[in-house]
Design a protein around this ligand. Structure first.
Ligand SMILES: [Fe+2]
Length: 512
């Protein structure tokens, strides 16, 4: 928690956190009952070689792929997080000082002291809520493995620490103390590359996890703009007013259609969802990825109406694909309770095959991330992951909304020339990010435009909704070596009406 707080304040460009608890040995070769018998509360359970090698690469200024551990299966996930190097590397874990090979990599060691009852309380909260374990099993494991481990392994590490913090203090006090201590340490560095702002926006326990991923500065910017979304608040900033003007313009068009008696027809069209099949030709595509299929869904806006839901579920249920992506707008604006908005489309989430990745759109609130992730939909907040497929690797990056919130920061998810062996895919809510994607990605998948939603025959939009060239408003396009696709989306914005612009779900097939 302390490392996440520091990372939230400094941002991922200045601080990386290596959570060594994600680097347990892989036990996937053992049967389930045998895995349950393993004692994970001892340093021997960790994969020391991988930790030291990851640390060495970060110290040398190289990016790493850090494994995610599936704690429910006691096995490593096929998906790894990409961690870019930063001037400050924080290594956290209860055995970080108990393993000499790891300990000797540190220039400073901190120990956070916590009484064992609080440890049990936190472990119960984590294991029962986040990992779906049984409370009684957690308690008995604590008595059997954890309490002896605290005595034999954790507490003896105090003697190796340069500083000891009291973890029983209120969270905000603990973080303030740690930051003050860090300032002192950094001021003694002759060539300090890390800037800690005066009076930075402080993370709370509630927004700590997102703050660490986005950085508090960016999160603060987003939260402030969220109050500017129409229906979310009354203090509209300039962008909020612009958005409201645009929505009023759409409303005028929809009123006109209603008065001319055309809206009933438009409503009918808005439910006629199509499965579009798109072939993506990628130069130098690894043979193993020839035929790789991506299911692409966008702009659901379910709180405006989701009569299309049964057809959508039926359409995708029979399709085979390797990866599913959702490029934002999980709500319109009318549902202040985002939980209800997401609940409405639960049958869709249940029908999707894993893995599913998403980015947020200009209608989405940051509070939706935890709700989506609890349903196994991983949201990429200016982040990248590596997916493995038959020995080939895919660099999948996603940026936060570039249209309204403008909180997209691609540099921390950007592949470099050294990463050209990967197939590189970027998810963004709007195709407007194509310029930043040009040099570094093979494929950009986006939505947001709704293809115009109300169009003239031939799909010519009456109102354009996107900060991109017209040819990128719907369907497949290309810019240099970058292949792109802008989905017309599933739902509607403003009113449930479509003309000459059917709602779509897309199945992309990669080929050489
Ligand atoms: Fe949308």
């Amino acid at each position: 928690m302390l490392s996440s707080g520091i990372q939230a304040l400094l941002g991922r460009h200045q601080c990386v956190v290596l959570g060594i608890d994600h680097c347990y040995k892989d036990w996937s070769h053992l049967p389930g009952e045998q895995r349950n018998e393993i004692n994970f509360d001892q340093p021997q359970a960790l994969d020391t070689v991988s930790i030291v090698s990851a640390l060495a690469r970060l110290i040398e200024g190289q990016s790493i792929i850090f494994p995610r551990y599936d704690f429910s299966q006691h096995a490593r996930s096929e998906i790894g997080d990409i961690i870019k190097p930063a001037p400050l590397i924080l290594v956290e874990g209860i055995f970080a000082l108990a393993i000499p090979e790891i300990q000797k990599c540190f220039t400073q060691s901190w120990y956070v002291n916590l009484d064992s009852d609080t440890c049990l309380e936190r472990r119960l909260k984590r294991d029962v809520t986040e990992r779906g374990r049984d409370a009684e099993e957690v308690r008995s494991r604590f008595e059997r493995d954890v309490r002896p481990s605290i005595r034999d392994w954790v507490e003896p590490q105090r003697k190796f620490a340069d500083s000891i913090f009291d973890g029983n203090k209120p969270w905000e006090r603990l973080l303030e103390e740690a930051i003050a201590h860090l300032r002192t340490l950094l001021s003694a560095q002759p060539k300090n590359l890390i800037i800690i702002e005066d009076n930075p926006p402080m993370p709370t326990e509630q927004n700590l996890a997102i703050g660490a991923r986005m950085g508090m500065k960016l999160l603060d910017k987003r939260l402030l703009k969220e109050t500017a979304l129409p229906k979310s608040g009354s203090n509209l900033c300039e962008d909020g007013l612009r958005l409201r003007r645009k929505m009023r313009r759409n409303q005028c068009l929809h009123n006109l259609l209603r008065y001319t008696g055309l809206s009933a027809i438009g409503r009918r069209f808005s439910k006629q969802i199509k499965l579009e099949k798109n072939s993506v030709f990628v130069r130098n595509l690894p043979t193993e990825l020839d035929g790789f299929k991506i299911l692409h869904i966008s702009d659901l806006h379910p709180d405006l109406g989701c009569e299309w839901l049964p057809s959508l579920v039926e359409l995708i249920s029979g399709e085979a694909y390797h990866l599913a992506v959702i490029t934002g707008d999980f709500r319109n604006n009318f549902q202040p309770n985002t939980r209800l908005s997401i609940k409405k489309i639960s049958p869709l989430f249940d029908a999707l095959k894993s893995p599913v990745f998403a980015v947020l759109g200009n209608h989405d609130l940051i509070e939706m991330v935890s709700e989506l992730e609890s349903r196994e939909i991983r949201v990429l907040l200016n982040e990248a992951v590596v997916l493995q497929h038959s020995g080939a690797r895919i660099w999948l990056a996603g940026v936060d909304d570039p249209y309204f919130f403008k909180t997209d920061v691609l540099n921390l998810a950007l592949p470099t020339e050294a990463d050209s062996e990967y197939l590189r895919i970027l998810l963004a809510h709007s195709p407007g990010v194509y310029r930043s994607a040009l040099k570094n990605f093979d494929l950009l998948l986006a939505g947001h435009t709704h293809g115009g939603q109300v169009c003239l025959p031939g799909g010519i939009p009456i109102i354009r909704n996107g900060n991109c060239p017209s040819r990128m408003l719907a369907g497949a396009w290309q810019e240099g070596n970058l292949q792109g696709y802008t989905s017309r989306g599933v739902g509607c914005s403003g009113a449930s009406i479509r003309f000459f612009c059917p709602p779509e779900v897309t199945l992309h097939t990669l080929s050489k």
